[in-house]
Ligand binder design. Structure first.
Ligand SMILES: [Mg+2]
Length: 163
């Protein structure tokens, strides 16, 4: 099966179940029990299968990047670091605006053409915008998990096979 050369993940409601600029209160920290918490002490969690999903891509030799439109740039970067996810991401494009910009920069920085990218996002408008570039896009409905990963790889392989 043909694999993508870059897998790109949205953050809010794709890797974690909240908007980092709205529902939680940065800055974040790791408490003595190892949980990640926000300023008010609220426990912050990823969707449970996210580390395994990223491990799976690593095992397949597929580099991973993040593309987020959040305005809470520092908070988002901090969460990637506190959840020990930084080590998976070859690029992080985190700033407001159309995701077309995020993807153009990813293409410039990685040299991977749009047709070789696979993108996961919970928001339909991002899927619509990024699909137009020729990226294979997967609409994530209940957070990233292993089933969505498999669906993504199959959809990518089919797209390569042509109509
Ligand atoms: Mg999102």
């Amino acid at each position: 099966m043909e694999l993508p050369k870059l897998a790109v993940f949205d953050l809010d409601y794709t890797l974690w179940p909240f908007w980092v600029d709205t529902h939680v209160d940065p800055p974040f920290h790791k408490s003595s029990d190892g949980t990640v918490r926000d300023r008010r002490g609220q426990t912050i969690r990823l969707y449970p299968e996210v580390p395994e999903v990223l491990d799976r891509f690593r095992g397949l030799g597929v580099p991973v990047a993040a593309a987020s439109r959040t305005g809470e740039i520092e908070g988002a970067k901090q969460l990637l670091e506190l959840f020990d996810l930084d080590r998976y991401f070859v690029q992080r494009e985190i700033y407001p605006g159309s995701k077309v910009t995020h993807f153009e920069r990813l293409r410039q920085k990685t040299g991977v053409p749009f047709s070789q990218m696979l993108f996961f996002d919970d928001e339909k408008r991002n899927i619509v915008d990024v699909s137009k570039l020729g990226v294979t896009c997967i609409h994530v409905q209940n957070g990233m998990n292993l089933q969505v990963l498999t669906q993504g790889l199959e959809t990518f392989a089919k797209a390569q096979a042509g109509p």
